[in-house]
Design a binder for this molecule. Structure first.
Ligand SMILES: Cc1cc2nc3c(=O)[nH]c(=O)nc-3n(C[C@H](O)[C@H](O)[C@H](O)COP(=O)(O)OP(=O)(O)OC[C@H]3O[C@@H](n4cnc5c(N)ncnc54)[C@H](O)[C@@H]3O)c2cc1C
Length: 333
């Protein structure tokens, strides 16, 4: 994908990115997940499909995982069940997400002929983000893939009780603007994304939580795949060490949490304030960046999670405040 727009919720202020540089990559989730599974099999994992985990119990010697088809006894369990992970619940690490920790998102994916996709999104596959659509504390997105269009809207579930209607309005809004081709939303999906909090503790004896189960999500752009993979790699390394040494004491699992926080967790926590600030003042931020190439570039970098994120965050906040002050002073004179 070689072009994109970050826009205010009413589409009146738009930051256009079209330098010819690759802005990111979009894939079909099913084929991406399938390729991960193939890699896991190649690496020697035994994959058991078609079984639902129904219970997880811990004792001094082992973890017992029950499914709708059987039972498994193991030295260690890794909770990788996403937002509603049962391991997180049964281990007592997460009794349930609070409404202001989760974003509720609605999404539809529709297939179109490639020629229609080219007409609407060009061969560069121009994508769109609309921040603060209809005053909601969230954003809508239009992600054009090769032949599939993915349109969604997500916001804190605590802020609006009718986000489904906001999503439907967003699709219509994009169609009225002719940003997306006409289609009717027949099958939509809803999902919770735990993007406002990493669990204070992501381990207990013989147990580690990875990915969404732990709340490892970037609060700026809702990306979690990278952290699911990174945390899983760390959990695999720690598990392998425990199994080799037959030492399942707490200190090994604590090492998992420390490594995750050092590698990406502290950075994600540090983005929460910025995420709130951008969503609260989305129109002001975009308006300000429209006339400021430096701020515009910083906004893209934050969305791409590119470069030195902590440094870019600091620069973006400073630049935004500076622009606000300059505008206020200019208005007074
Ligand atoms: C609408 C939407 C758009 C997103 N867009 C992006 C994006 O563009 N980029 C990005 O990086 N991230 C995106 N994310 C976030 C991303 O999907 C997650 O962060 C990522 O999938 C987390 O991976 P995971 O393995 O922790 O959990 P999941 O991908 O949710 O996988 C959990 C798996 O566990 C299985 N499972 C759960 N419970 C049980 C059970 N009891 N028994 C057996 N199996 C079980 C589930 O079926 C599932 O296969 C998006 C999320 C949503 C909802």
């Amino acid at each position: 994908m070689l072009a994109g727009c970050i826009a205010s919720g009413d589409n009146k202020h738009v930051l256009h990115y079209d330098s010819g540089e690759r802005l990111g990559a979009l894939v079909q989730r099913s084929s991406f997940d399938h390729s991960l599974l193939t890699e896991a099999r190649k690496a020697g994992a035994e994959v058991i499909e078609g079984e639902r985990v129904t219970n997880v119990e811990f004792d001094q010697q082992a973890v017992v995982v029950s499914t709708d088809k059987g039972q498994y006894r193991s030295d260690v369990v890794i909770g990788a069940g996403g937002t509603h992970d049962l391991v997180a619940k049964k281990s007592g690490l997460n009794p349930g997400w609070k409404p202001d920790h989760v974003v509720l998102s609605y999404v539809v994916e529709h297939e179109f002929p490639e020629t229609v996709m080219d007409d609407y999104f060009t061969t560069k596959r121009r994508l769109f983000f609309h921040l603060g659509f209809k005053g909601n504390d969230g954003y809508g997105w239009v992600f054009p893939k090769e032949r599939h269009l993915n349109v969604g809207f997500g916001a804190l579930s605590s802020t609006n009780s009718n986000l489904k209607q906001v999503f439907l309005d967003y699709v219509k809004f994009c169609q009225d603007l002719r940003i997306v081709p006409p289609f009717s939303v027949s099958k939509m999906q809803a999902a919770l994304i735990p993007m406002r909090r990493i669990l204070p503790r992501v381990w207990r004896a013989r147990c580690m939580l990875v990915g969404d189960a732990a709340g490892f999500i970037n609060p700026i752009n809702s990306e979690g795949i990278q952290y699911a993979i990174e945390s899983a790699e760390i959990a695999a390394r720690v598990t392998s060490k425990m199994v080799r040494s037959r030492d399942f004491s707490n200190s090994n699992c604590l090492e998992y949490q420390n490594a995750c926080m050092a590698q990406f967790g502290r950075r994600l926590n540090g983005l929460r304030f910025l995420s709130k600030m951008i969503l609260k003042h989305s129109t002001l931020v975009i308006k300000s960046a429209e006339n400021d190439p430096i701020l515009k570039d910083l906004a893209l970098k934050m969305l791409q999670n590119a470069g030195n994120v902590a440094e870019n965050k600091r620069k973006l906040i400073n630049r935004f405040i500076r622009n606000l002050v300059v505008n206020t002073v200019q208005k007074k004179h």
